[in-house]
Design a protein around this ligand. Structure first.
Ligand SMILES: [Fe+2]
Length: 451
């Protein structure tokens, strides 16, 4: 595509001069990035061998790896950015801004990266690579307002004729949901699915709405009836399977949740932290509800034991789940090691990742360890003050509910009946018809009788 002699991508965003085949490959990779069908870096590998001066290809690969939220990719990301930077003489301003944003990410300044993408998007609001990279970074930063508003700022420049429009709507729907605008989120997600039935973002946004609005049976039916759209060969499917597990747990169907874990969430050799994080969280919720998960804790703990030597201290949200897995498996020394590594990172990591570790990562990991050591009062004291700021280390409202559930259980076990009661009352306002809420109420009543 070309406007006034300038080469552009399929959305009219300028690309520095490149082979038309390379640009076609970029479009394929971008579709894979947006849809989670296929591996975009595998697509661009041969492209960059054939056309090593394709700046946007190097930038794309760096961004795709950055979005994995794992330290293991940093060397490869640095190499991709070195190659992109070496071509700066032929790069346009948009590509230079993309490089600057990725460099901020690489250095742990995720907030500055998000701001750099934002500035770029004010000039090029159809830059789909920048939009999705920024949106995912907003998620890692727990920045709900920008999950919604960053998309709002560019949406006027998109319409049904713009390639990939449904994915933009899907991101908008998720941001709306995280800001508790459930009706508009639902409407937006359905509009996206009208355009692209196989849009996992929009499927995902709807699952969040169902979760937050107590529509667990409806959510379960929605996910299972449309499984053929979102699950086969999709890189996002693990997370939507996890949401199905939450619907089972809200209905107190532990057998279904464990069967789902076994079939869909058991760690594999190729698993990534984002996947096993969800598997770990599901097991913790089931364990908190007094159910034995058998040898499954060993599976997730083995995964994290393989990961933490490299990953510990990189992203606090991942470290929390490593600690949970080690605690679940009874490997308390390993959990303490992760906490120690996170404390070191909190002091030495530059930028916002260090602050995420110190403000939220260290207290939450300490709370899980306190819980494991039956120091329930300490767990309460660590978790209660950070409830309102826990979003600062990322994840969704649904994911961070693991902290609320741990806090309620710790309060009950410490016989802090009034606190436990107030927390369950709070939960009952938002999830009045949930059997899981009923479970907490029943436990409170037993604790009250025993006190
Ligand atoms: Fe989610």
């Amino acid at each position: 595509m070309s406007i006034k002699g300038e080469q552009t991508d399929a959305r009219g965003v300028p690309v520095s001069g490149c082979d038309p085949q390379s640009l076609d490959d970029f479009e394929t990779a971008l579709y894979q990035f947006q849809s989670y069908f296929g591996d975009p870096t595998e697509t661009l590998g041969p492209t960059l061998e054939r056309d090593p001066e394709f700046v946007l290809g190097h930038i794309f690969n760096a961004n795709a790896m950055l979005m994995m939220s794992e330290r293991q990719y940093l060397d490869a990301i640095g190499e991709s950015l070195d190659k992109a930077r070496a071509l700066s003489a032929k790069s346009n301003d948009r590509e230079k801004a993309l490089i600057a944003a990725a460099e901020y990410m690489l250095a742990g300044h995720w907030d500055k990266a998000a701001a750099t993408w934002d500035k770029l998007l004010s000039v090029h609001p159809r830059d789909a690579l920048a939009i999705q990279s920024a949106h995912l970074t907003d998620f890692y930063l727990g920045d709900a307002l920008n999950l919604r508003d960053r998309i709002s700022r560019v949406l006027a420049h998109w319409d049904k004729g713009t390639p990939g429009y449904s994915y933009i709507l899907g991101m908008q729907a998720f941001g709306l949901e995280e800001c508790n605008e459930f009706s508009l989120a639902e409407e937006t997600a359905h509009a996206a699915l009208e355009l692209e039935a196989r849009d996992p973002w929009s499927i995902h946004a709807l699952t969040h709405v169902f979760e937050m609005q107590n529509r667990f049976t409806e959510g379960q039916v929605f996910l299972t009836s449309r499984e053929h759209d979102w699950a086969p060969d999709n890189g996002f499917a693990f997370h939507n399977w996890w949401h199905l597990g939450l619907f089972y747990l809200e209905q107190q169907d532990h057998a279904a949740a464990l069967a789902l874990y076994d079939e869909r969430l058991t760690p594999q050799e190729s698993s990534i932290s984002l996947e096993v994080l969800d598997a770990t969280a599901l097991l913790w919720r089931i364990t908190l509800q007094g159910r034995d998960v058998g040898q499954r804790w060993s599976q997730v703990a083995d995964f994290w034991a393989h990961k933490t030597p490299v990953e510990n201290g990189y992203y606090a949200f991942n470290d929390l789940h490593a600690v949970i897995a080690f605690v679940g498996a009874g490997r308390l020394d390993a959990a303490r090691d992760v906490l120690q590594g996170l404390k070191s990172a909190a002091q030495t990591s530059p930028g916002i990742t260090g602050r995420m570790a110190s403000e939220i990562g260290v207290p939450t990991c300490s709370a899980i360890l306190a819980f494991a050591e039956e120091r329930y009062a300490d767990a309460v004291d660590l978790l209660y003050p950070i409830r309102s700021v826990a979003h600062r280390f990322g994840g969704s409202n649904a994911q961070r509910d693991i902290l609320n559930q741990t806090l309620i259980e710790a309060a009950i076990r410490d016989r802090q009946i009034t606190l436990g009661s107030s927390l369950v009352h709070e939960r009952a306002v938002h999830k009045p018809f949930s059997p899981l809420t009923g479970h907490f109420k029943a436990k409170l009543e037993v604790a009250l009788q025993d006190s």
